[in-house]
Design a protein around this ligand. Structure first.
Ligand code: SAH
Length: 373
């Protein structure tokens, strides 16, 4: 605990203990941490924010994650599935408003019909935007061949949160069966990266049973895995989920919020050129939560462009914000918010992670060198 935080910042790589130390900073040291991460963002990314228009196209889910409001077992929820036309209309809205990219997200279903449907939608979205819209998918665990088909159809980023990299903790927040297998989640991430997606992952912060050591392990995992994008948010309890029974073990919301900001700042320092999302869940705790995340390192926001009448049903956690806004409301609100954070929304660009470009270059070199041997 003796080393000064400034000295710590001169290290090339942080140990687990360094990370635990950073997660505990308070007062002046906390300010120094956030200054450092903001400085790095400014240097490597600039004070910029890119949009990913988020289409939560279905809340039907085959899984039963113990924390999640759209889990299969939750009967207190109207299930919906947007029509293809509704999804395409939302993509068109994003394109016309010069959002560089969209993100398609839903519950997790694996079937040939789902694979075909998404493949077909990807082709249509590429067609309607003349190839201009970047597309992120976030539709859970799938077979490698399905990931490959979707990549070939035009998806180029994939978001699959690992939720926790401590296998034991993962086991406590998921049912114990083959549908919720930690190793499969890791294998999916590996195949996404291998296929060539910009690969994003992240964890929930402030879960019951979670320790600072777990979070430090999560940060090291993301660094070692060499992710391109990171999406982390506070865990927020949901009354209709089994995990609510451990609500007495949770940190207060403001502490979960603060820990999330620290996690974002630290990953920005560790992985300077990746894309980091300012998660919507931050705003469920603090009305200007996402702006705070942008100030200290995040550079991506996902404005919700799901048609308004469905938004209330995509309730992952209690108090999910903005469920009664329209897509237009969301855009003007977010634009004002981003400028409050002294940043600028960049329209009409994909805003790919620079890390990905560098990583690909490295891979090409490695492969070339490999061949010579
Ligand atoms: N099922 C899809 C995406 C939908 S859920 C997938 O696997 O990628 C999107 C994310 O919401 C999850 O990865 C999880 O990290 C987050 N989430 C779910 N329940 C939550 C809760 N109670 N509090 C905070 N985040 C939650």
């Amino acid at each position: 605990m003796d080393i000064s935080i400034k000295e710590l910042f001169t290290r090339e790589n942080f140990s687990k203990n360094d990370l635990i130390r950073l997660l505990q900073v308070e007062g002046e040291e906390r300010t120094l941490l956030f200054q450092k991460s903001a400085e790095i963002k400014e240097k490597y990314i600039g004070n910029k924010v890119w949009f990913r228009g988020l289409i939560e196209f279905s809340n039907i889910c085959g899984k039963d994650c113990l924390y999640c409001g759209i889990r299969k077992g939750n009967k207190n929820l109207v299930r919906y599935n947007l029509t293809d036309d509704e999804i395409l209309a939302a993509a068109k809205f994003a394109n016309e408003n010069r959002y560089g990219s969209i993100a398609l997200q839903s519950g997790e279903l694996e079937s040939p019909a789902v694979a075909d449907r998404i493949e077909n939608l990807l082709h249509k979205i590429k067609e309607l935007s003349y190839g201009k819209l970047g597309i992120t998918l976030s539709v859970g665990e799938q077979k490698p061949e399905v990931y490959l088909r979707w990549f070939d159809a035009g998806a180029h980023r994939y978001l699959l949160r690992v939720e926790s990299t401590n296998k034991e903790l993962y086991g406590k927040i998921h049912p114990k069966n083959e549908k919720h297998d930690f190793q499969r989640r890791l294998d999916c991430l590996k195949s996404l990266q291998y296929i060539g997606y910009q690969t994003g992952t992240g964890v929930m912060i402030g879960l019951p049973f979670q320790t600072l050591e777990d979070l430090a392990g999560d940060l090291l995992f993301m660094k070692n895995f060499d992710i391109d994008m990171c999406g982390m948010g506070p865990y927020i309890e949901h009354a209709d989920t089994p995990l609510i029974q451990h609500a007495d073990k949770l940190l207060p919301l403001n502490e979960r919020f603060d820990l999330t900001l620290k996690m974002i700042a630290i990953i920005r320092i560790m992985m300077k050129d990746i894309n980091i999302v300012a998660a919507t869940a931050l705003q469920a705790i603090d009305p200007i939560g996402r702006e705070k995340a942008i100030k200290i390192g995040a550079n991506i926001i996902m404005p919700n462009i799901t048609p308004g009448r469905y938004r209330d049903s995509y309730r992952l956690y209690d108090n999910k914000p903005c469920t009664d806004d329209s897509a237009e409301d969301c855009q003007s609100c977010l634009e004002a918010r981003v400028s409050l954070a002294d940043a600028e929304v960049i329209y009409g660009e994909w805003g790919d992670s620079k890390h990905y470009d560098e990583r690909r270059k490295g891979l090409t070199v490695q492969r070339r060198n490999g061949k010579k041997k």
